[in-house]
Design a binder for this molecule. Structure first.
Ligand SMILES: Cc1ncc(COP(=O)(O)O)c(C=O)c1O
Length: 399
C-alpha cells in the first residue's frame, strides 16, 4: 500500500530524529558513548523491586492489576503528596495526575495548550524531548537567553512584555542538556514575573533529587503555586522502564490533562503505580538515593578531571552539582556534528548541542556529555579520544 498520502500534515514537521541516528551508531559494540542520557542499569534497586513486587500484590491484591482512575492510583498519589512536602510543595494528592513518564505530561500540555503559531518560551538550549513533544502542535518558540545560573529573568520579562506566551517551559535543576541549576534569586524573580504577567510556567524537574552537593533550591511551584505546572518523574530515582511520571497543575489545566490522557492510554500501568507507591511509602527511595548519587558523583568527577587534562584550553564547560550531564562549548565556528562523526570513527561519541536549540542551526559549537553509563576508566578513555579529536580539528584550522 502507498501510505504516504494518508499521513496527516502534522507528520511533516515531526521529522526523523537525527539524534536517534547518533544514538544508534553510538551503541555499536566497541564504541564508548557519552551520547546517551539514561540512568546506569546498576542504579536500579533490583532487590527492593523483588521485595515490593510481593508486598504490592499482598497489599493491593487484584486492585493492582485492574483498570484504574485516569488521575492515578490513589496510594501513589498519597505517597507522592508526602514526598513533595519537604520540597515545599503542598498537595493532598487529589490534584496530582500520574502519567506514563513525565514525557506523557509534556505531550498532554502540548495538546491542550498549543495552537498553530502559539508562542511558547523555552530556555536556550532546552530539553530536546520537550521540543519533540510540543513541535507537532506547531508552536512558535521564543528562545530565552540563559547563563550559568539558568534563565535570565530580564530576558523572560522582555519577551513577555513584547507578546504573551501560552507557557514558559524550563528545567530548573541540573538541566538537560547543560547541567545548570536556576539560582534562588532567579527563581524568586521569575516567580514574580509570571505572576505579574499572569503567565503559566511548566517546571520540569526530573533531576532535582540527584544533587551531589549544596542545598536544594525551592521549586518555582512553591513560590508561585497558581501559575506553575510542576512536572517530575521516578525515572531517574527508581526505574525509567516503569514509566511513572506525574504533575501538579492548577485547575483547569489538570482537568484538561486528565481528559487528554483518557484518549491516550486511559491510565498509567496500575501495577507499576502500585510498585512506585510501595517504593515511596516504605522509605526505599530515601534509602536508595544515596546509592545512586554514590555511583554518579565519582563518574562526574572522573569526567571533569579528564576534561581538564585533555580538552583544548579554549573550551569551556559546566561543573554541575548533580544530575547526569556536562555541557561544553568549543570555539565559535566549530561544527560539532562534523567533529562527532570524526570522533565516532575513533570509537567515542557525544551529542552535538545544536539539537537542543529551538532555532535550527544555533549552538553548532556546543556538545552534551553524559557520564552516568560508563565507569571512571572508560570515561577517562573517552575524554582522551575526544580531546585528541578536538586538538586535531583545531590544528587543521577548520573548526
Ligand atoms: C528534562 C527532562 N524531562 C523529561 C524527561 C522524560 O523522562 P520520563 O518520561 O522518563 O519521565 C527527561 C528524560 O530524560 C528529561 O531529561
Amino acid at each position: 500500500m502507498h501510505a504516504e498520502p494518508m499521513l496527516a500534515r502534522r507528520t511533516q514537521i515531526m521529522g526523523a530524529s537525527a539524534i536517534r541516528e547518533i544514538l544508534k551508531v553510538a551503541s555499536r559494540p566497541g564504541m564508548i558513548s557519552l551520547a546517551g542520557g539514561i540512568p546506569a542499569a546498576e542504579s536500579f534497586p533490583m532487590g527492593i523491586i523483588r521485595e515490593i513486587t510481593a508486598t504490592a500484590l499482598a497489599t493491593y491484591g487484584a486492585d493492582a492489576l485492574q483498570y484504574g482512575l485516569t488521575e492515578g492510583f490513589p496510594p501513589l498519589r498519597n505517597a507522592l503528596a508526602e514526598y513533595l512536602k519537604p520540597k515545599g510543595i503542598i498537595t493532598d494528592g487529589q490534584d496530582l495526575l500520574i502519567t506514563s513518564g513525565s514525557q506523557g505530561v509534556l505531550d498532554g500540555l502540548g495538546k491542550i495548550l498549543i495552537d498553530p503559531a502559539s508562542r511558547v518560551a523555552v530556555e536556550t538550549p532546552t530539553y530536546l524531548g520537550a521540543l519533540q513533544a510540543f513541535t507537532p502542535y506547531e508552536p512558535r518558540y521564543v528562545q530565552i537567553e540563559t547563563d550559568d545560573h539558568g534563565m535570565l529573568p530580564d530576558a523572560l520579562e522582555a519577551a513577555l512584555a513584547r507578546d504573551p506566551v501560552r507557557f514558559v517551559y524550563l528545567v530548573p535543576n541540573f538541566q538537560n542538556p547543560t547541567g545548570r541549576t536556576l539560582s534562588h534569586a532567579r527563581r524568586v524573580a521569575i516567580a514574580a514575573i509570571i505572576q505579574r504577567y499572569d503567565t503559566l510556567l511548566v517546571e520540569d524537574d526530573p533531576y532535582g533529587d540527584l544533587r551531589y552537593r549544596g542545598t536544594p533550591q525551592s521549586p518555582l511551584k512553591a513560590l508561585a503555586p497558581d501559575h506553575v505546572v510542576y512536572v517530575s518523574t521516578l525515572s531517574k530515582v527508581f526505574a525509567p522502564g516503569l514509566r511513572i511520571g506525574f504533575c501538579l497543575a492548577p485547575e483547569p489545566i489538570r482537568r484538561w490533562l486528565v481528559l487528554a490522557k483518557q484518549g491516550v492510554d486511559l491510565h498509567t500501568s496500575t501495577f507499576n503505580q502500585a510498585l512506585a507507591a510501595e517504593y515511596l511509602r516504605a522509605g526505599h527511595l530515601r534509602r536508595h538515593l544515596p546509592r545512586i548519587i554514590g555511583l554518579y558523583r565519582p563518574r562526574q568527577r572522573a569526567l571533569l578531571d579528564a576534561m581538564e587534562r585533555f580538552f583544548p584550553p579554549a573550551f569551556t564547560w559546566t561543573r554541575p552539582d548533580g544530575g547526569m550531564f556536562v555541557w561544553a562549548q568549543g570555539l565559535r565556528g566549530m561544527d560539532m556534528q562534523a567533529v562527532n562523526r570524526r570522533a565516532i570513527e575513533r570509537g567515542a561519541a557525544f551529542v552535538p548541542g545544536t539539537f537542543f536549540f529551538a532555532r535550527p542551526g544555533d549552538g553548532r559549537e556546543t556538545l552534551r556529555l553524559n557520564y552516568t553509563m560508563a565507569d571512571e576508566q572508560t570515561l577517562f578513555r573517552a575524554i582522551e579520544v575526544l580531546g585528541r579529536v578536538f586538538e586535531e580539528v583545531l590544528a587543521q584550522g577548520h573548526p
